[in-house]
Design a protein around this ligand. Sequence first.
Ligand code: PLP
Length: 475
Amino acid sequence: MKYISTRGNSPALSFTEILLGGLAPDGGLYLPEHYPQFSDADLNAMRAMSYADLAYTILSRLIDDIPAGDLRAIVDKTYTAEVYRHVRAGQNADDITPVLKLEEDFYLLSLSNGPTLAFKDMAMQLLGNLFEYVLAKKGQTTNILGATSGDTGSAAEYAMRGKQGIRVFMLSPHQKMSRFQTAQMFSLQDANIHNIAVKGVFDDAQDMVKAVSNDHHFKARHKIGAVNSINWARVAAQIVYYFKGYFAVTHDNRQQVSFAVPSGNFGNVCAGHVARMMGLPVAKLVVATNENDVLDEFFRTGVYRPRGSANTYHTSSPSMDISKASNFERFVFDLLDRDGAKLRSLWASVDAGGAFDLNQDGHFAKVPAFGFVSGSSNHAQRMTTIRQVHADYGVTIDTHTADGVKVAQQYREPGVPMVVLETALAAKFEDAIVEALGSAPERPADLVGLESLPQRFVVMEPDVDGIKQFISEHI
Ligand SMILES: *Cc1c(COP(=O)(O)O)cnc(C)c1O
């Protein structure tokens, strides 16, 4: 399997060749040159598989340059009940991503049972083990540079801490993450983890990462790698739980299932798109945004109009506070029948601070055929949804999942199971839960007292030269 760039101007490469990088040299994102197909018979064989078996079955179709036995061992080491231990009472950690039935045809898919209580652990733990394996094979080291609005950073750091040959430089918006998120990241004392708090919003931090990555000389010299959501291996890992969730709520493959996905950078729901393209019987992919509704605007109007940082709001579902959806380019590439030249012209206007409109040449009319629909949510609706779900089902959900549940309700159809992806546990966003329910959510015992641990971080202006200098001084 070779990987090609959405912008059509980079050589096709194998999985391990793109694993450690970020953007393709032409500024595009990598996608497999074709999507492997799972037939009805394949799906039948996969239906009863354990999570690790399912992950191996899917990933081995996307990764052909890691020997089968080695890939198997990496997957087995990653998807264990011990790593994904923070399940609700009554759920089985061996399922890795158990479903929770709220009512008939309405489910939560629990993706946030890993070390940092957010779905990003699902992919990041695999990435940590893949990186360690590939770097050891090649005799190389890497310096991971990333930007986070909260959950990516902690998931990356918990996946990479103490790993040989890997250093992490993680930028986050200064004082804009929850106390829990901040403590989770900044309390890590591992020598290979560097936390950098940037005075600005998430996009300022992300722009710094992009600027460093576009300096090809600096990037090569300092062996800069990426784990942000554009990394293909993360998307690949996330494909697996759409299959797992599908099998958990159906009896046979004739049934269709809809998935509602709290979305920011479009990485999670992009994996749902790929799962559907591989043959998973998906009815709808419901893109749920918060007040930062750039994606909802596109799926309603056909206009993609990224915002500036002045128009990016700090919300109570902060891990979705983005102004441009990095992974969206992957879907648009498929929507354009993989026309790299056309995509380049669209992103030339986006990268120059503009917008594009896909109504003109009929591309927007094809969106429903891909299953996508959307909606947005605001703070008051999140609070109402958290209260409703608590009252109706006795289940406490976090603010991001609440955005998903709120929008999912608009798109439920009789006889079609709707599965809402639970992207974080409520314990991670305590203040918002106290506001909604009047009391703090239960916190896993191993994380009690997290906020009083000593913190290790530096504060920096949103300055590209500053971060370059910091990296040079710390490698
Ligand atoms: C990252 C994140 C999201 C958004 O996921 P994308 O893949 O960026 O769309 C939603 N909820 C939580 C809790 C997250 O951490």
